[in-house]
Design a protein around this ligand. Structure first.
Ligand code: R1P
Ligand code: URA
Length: 232
């Protein structure tokens, strides 16, 4: 069984899936963290792998960038491959001034200007929040390992460029830690499609300091450890 966007056979994906935006980050995660990783799909260059971690099956597949792309993969994984838990392992642009490059954030909620969920319940702004069990496991891993994780709201934007400049100060005033382009959509889809979701991210951009493309691809070990710990 394949879907329009995933060529894997039924059973090729584990119930637990890590989901970075970048296909090359997916490959690195599989090669670095998984035992016996196998490529299970590469349609459109969106790489997906399944292996084991701590003797349990686990998969990783890229989402591409933005809510619409992520939504295709998350929906097909849940509907056709029986995926039960998805942890996004992404990069985040910092808004809060106390954050530094490389810091790890778990999104306890995600505000959004994405149109995808805006009309799902007419007249209502839906809350976009993670699965409590996944978030709790990630936080517990931080406590037991001594690795720091910032927990708080982020903003999922539809635009990487040309967003309204007044939005970021207003979001910061309301406690928003940073910005990505998928988390809110993932949280909303999780409720609709019946899987559990969490977003863990690495700060890759600060006002005045950005990671290179290479650093974005490679600076991921801590957030992946948090993501894998959430599944344990
Ligand atoms: O690094 P990834 O996981 O792709 O995440 C962030 O990076 C991309 C923008 O550069 C968007 O997808 C954003 O959410
Ligand atoms: O969406 C994103 C992700 C990383 N960095 C940004 O500035 N924006």
């Amino acid at each position: 069984m394949a879907t329009p966007h995933i060529s894997a056979a039924k059973g090729d994906f584990a119930p637990d899936v890590l989901m970075p935006g970048d296909p090359r980050r997916a490959k690195r995660i599989a090669e670095t963290f998984f035992d016996d990783p196998k490529l299970v799909t590469e349609v459109r260059g969106i790489l997906g792998y399944t292996g084991t971690f701590n003797d349990k099956p686990v998969s990783v597949i890229a989402s591409g960038m933005g809510v619409p792309s992520m939504a295709i993969y998350a929906t097909e994984l849940a509907r056709y491959y029986g995926v039960k838990r998805i942890v996004r392992v992404g990069t985040i642009g910092a808004m809060a001034p106390h954050l530094k490059l490389g810091d790890v954030i778990a999104a306890s909620s995600a505000h959004t200007d994405s149109a995808m969920t805006a009309r799902w319940v007419p007249g209502v702004s839906l809350s976009h929040a993670p699965d409590f069990g996944l978030l709790r496991k990630a936080v517990e891993y931080g406590e037991s390992s001594g690795k720091r994780i910032h927990v708080g709201p982020i903003f999922t934007g539809d635009s990487f460029y040309n967003s309204d400049p007044s939005v970021q100060p207003a979001l910061l005033m309301h406690g928003t830690l940073g910005v990505d382009m998928e988390a809110a959509g993932l949280y909303a889809l999780a409720l609709r499609e019946g899987f559990a979701a969490l977003m863990v991210g690495t700060v890759s951009d600060l006002p005045g300091a950005d990671m290179t493309a290479r650093e974005r691809e490679t600076t991921f070990a801590d957030m992946v450890s948090f993501g894998l710990a959430a599944f344990q």
